[in-house]
Design a protein around this ligand. Sequence first.
Ligand code: COA
Length: 91
Amino acid sequence: MYRTNSRLVANLEDVEVVQCERGKGYGRRLLLKLVSYLQAYAQVHGESIELKFTSRPSRVKANHLYRSLGFQLAATATPGGTNLYKMTISP
Ligand SMILES: CC(C)(COP(=O)(O)OP(=O)(O)OC[C@H]1O[C@@H](n2cnc3c(N)ncnc32)[C@H](O)[C@@H]1OP(=O)(O)O)[C@@H](O)C(=O)NCCC(=O)NCCS
């Protein structure tokens, strides 16, 4: 997490579940826990947090998971690039 002049930003990197445990709901639970932690943090500190991260379009399962959790696709990847996702978490 870091602070800019105008807001608090949380940057998510390298979400990964060990291969033999995939498809059992850990990825979804992990992200729900993260959102719930940030909601609590936003409430305690009385300010919104912008959660953001990227994902290559070829990571079909990951992109499906992010969208199903309500993350907004803020920018679609250019060829060879990554999708940008954002979620604003308010107090
Ligand atoms: C993306 C990742 C973190 C998801 O974690 P996970 O624990 O496997 O995911 P979950 O079991 O919580 O399932 C999440 C969604 O993916 C779907 N999914 C999981 N495994 C799947 C499979 N083998 N085939 C199709 N869909 C699958 C589930 O159906 C679920 O969607 P739903 O709830 O709408 O049905 C995991 O697959 C992973 O580590 N992938 C490799 C690394 C990666 O791509 N990381 C993302 C970097 S941006």
